[in-house]
Write a protein that binds this ligand. Structure first.
Ligand code: SF4
Length: 258
């Protein structure tokens, strides 16, 4: 049985160096300032882009890893068109699943992974549904999901936040992660996985699902539209005064110390 609740999520404050609570407070204030600026640009609250049940959202998230949204969306629709329910996908020939999702990156890995994840849920729960997660806390639900091989922090947070569960979890995708690194919210060597706990701890514990969703969306949108992987447009960025990377790239606009 692959699923256990053995591992626990650290409490928000324990994720920081206990000797640097001033630094933690400074970063929390900065995270709120960044959120405020970006909400002003992109407009909060932001409408949810999905209305999928949590199991479907899980499959969608597994398809989306390192794949453009348009391509993973096409693959998801192709799966739904080819098989009427997830039970049939679980029992399908992996080669046929692979051919159906061919537009995503690594379809040869994602096809057996999707089958394995669906099988793990069915074996553990006795039914192929994740609706029961609504009755768990966010941490318990994420731990349950992340105990499934192949499910990481981004996927677990996406299932809780983006699906009809609408639970307060903070996903971090590559765009969100890049903006967080460049603005100094996380270290240059902090990977996407560990960044989930750090970035969530910088935001108020009592933020709603919508507020956390907005935070993810505005940082992601900023990474897509301004803070590009190559050649970030620092000269027109509303975060320039808060961003050490931007100030280094735009010395003429060196304004205030963040
Ligand atoms: S100032 Fe530049 S590096 Fe910093 S967030 Fe804006 S675009 Fe990205």
């Amino acid at each position: 049985m692959p699923i256990s609740s053995a591992h626990t999520r650290p409490s928000p404050r324990s994720r920081f160096d206990p000797t640097s609570s001033d630094e933690a407070d400074r970063l929390s204030a900065k995270a709120l300032e960044i959120h405020r600026h970006l909400c002003g640009v992109y407009g909060c609250p932001i409408a949810y882009f999905h209305d999928l049940d949590p199991l479907s959202e899980l499959v969608s998230s597994l398809l989306s890893h390192r794949t453009r949204n348009a391509d993973s969306g096409r693959a998801f629709k192709a799966l739904r068109a080819r098989w009427p329910d997830w039970e049939r996908v679980m029992d399908a020939d992996p080669a046929e699943i692979e051919a159906t999702i061919h537009g995503v990156t690594w379809p040869e890995l994602k096809a057996p992974r999707i089958r394995a994840v669906l099988s793990a849920i069915a074996e553990t729960r006795g039914a192929l549904s994740l609706d029961f997660l609504a009755g768990l806390s966010v941490d318990a639900a994420r731990n349950w999901l992340e105990a499934i091989p192949g499910v990481g922090p981004k996927t677990s947070a996406a299932v809780l936040s983006f699906s009809t569960l609408r639970m307060p979890a903070l996903p971090v995708d590559s765009h969100h992660h890049r903006v967080a690194q460049r603005t100094g919210l996380i270290g240059a060597r902090t990977d996407v996985g560990p960044s989930h706990a750090i970035l969530r701890a910088q935001l108020p514990d009592d933020w709603s699902a919508q507020a956390l969703y907005d935070n993810h969306e505005v940082l992601m949108l900023h990474g897509q539209h301004v803070c590009h992987h190559r050649n970030p447009a620092c000269g027109r960025c509303v975060l320039l005064s808060l961003c050490p990377t931007g100030r280094a790239r735009e010395p003429a606009a060196n304004l205030t110390v963040s």
